[in-house]
Design a protein around this ligand. Structure first.
Ligand SMILES: [Fe+2]
Length: 303
């Protein structure tokens, strides 16, 4: 079960279609007509993996068509020259076009949610870019934990939008540099739930909802909703660590960015209490000069 969850569900789906296709081929009499089947995995691969995936699947499909021709047809060379080559070209072009379109949609999607996050952050110059950096750190942790590419993308989106609920928080509280009163703190604690109510109508984002809802939970049950350990989704635990790390490594109105030694001390003290120990270990393992590298190399990619 764990293995299936780890493997990309879409990859299993693509593989299932290919296997189903080969099974159908076995029973179909008109083998020539059947080769049109290969448009399905090619278009699907383009949609899931982009232009490169679409073209590679098209080439693989063409090789399979050649193989099927030589094992099932009376005059395979004639068939490949007459139809197979032309179909191969169509497959490559189709895979490329669908892949490019899918890439454009993904870029537009991430561009839109990044713009949403930046609009929220523009209300407080001190946190401008915070969400993009949290997303970057969270994805690096997810990669190190060997989570699937699909899960990494969900975590990235959740990182970009984790504080979107601050749209519903009063600006004077967001910008306040002195300690918050208990009433103000209660107000700011509402932001994960406001975020969920903002994003709930968007079905495309349904996977990130639990991560946003629980991103202020603590492993020992002392967070906003008093959830603990595995009651908190892994993605939310990763976001919690990435969020704290980003906050500690940037200047705030009331303090300067913390030193590496102090950050390590805070995370070690908070391990098993506020933070998931395994995620903290992973973060400290991959950091070092992470902050400067993210700012120098990666930040542009997110916008
Ligand atoms: Fe938050």
């Amino acid at each position: 079960m764990k293995l299936i969850r780890k493997a990309n569900v879409k990859s299993i789906f693509t593989l299932t279609i290919c296997v189903a296709g080969l099974l159908i081929l076995y029973f179909v009499e008109d083998k020539e007509a059947f080769i049109n089947f290969f448009f399905i995995p090619t278009l699907l691969a383009g949609y899931i993996y982009g232009a490169k995936g679409g073209v590679l699947t098209a080439i693989l499909s063409f090789l399979l068509i050649c193989l099927i021709s030589y094992t099932s047809l009376d005059n395979p060379t004639d068939f490949i020259l007459r139809k197979g080559l032309l179909l191969g070209c169509f497959l490559v072009i189709s895979g490329y076009i669908v892949g490019k379109l899918a890439e454009q949609i993904t870029m537009t999607y991430f561009g839109t949610i990044s713009a949403l996050a930046l609009a929220m952050e523009s209300r407080d110059p001190y946190i401008y870019g915070h969400s993009a950096r949290v997303a970057e750190v969270a994805v690096r942790i997810a990669k190190k934990l060997k989570l699937s590419k699909q899960e990494q993308n969900i975590i990235k989106t959740a990182g970009i939008l984790h504080d979107i609920g601050k749209f519903g928080i009063r600006e004077d509280i967001l910008r306040k540099s002195s300690p918050l009163t208990s009433e103000e703190y209660d107000h700011i604690r509402q932001h994960p739930f406001i975020g969920v109510s903002i994003l709930s109508p968007l079905r495309l984002l349904k996977d990130i909802i639990p991560y946003i809802y629980y991103h202020h939970e603590h492993i020992d049950g002392t967070g906003y909703l008093r959830k603990k350990d595995n009651q908190i989704p892994l993605g939310a635990r990763i976001l919690g660590v990435a969020d704290a790390y980003e906050a500690m490594t940037t200047d705030r109105p009331y303090r300067k960015a913390l030193s590496r030694d102090k950050i390590i001390k805070i995370f070690r003290n908070g391990s098993g209490k506020q933070f998931d120990k395994k995620i903290v270990d992973t973060l400290l393992d991959i950091t070092g000069d992470l902050k400067s590298r993210i700012e120098a190399e990666e930040r542009l990619k997110l916008y």
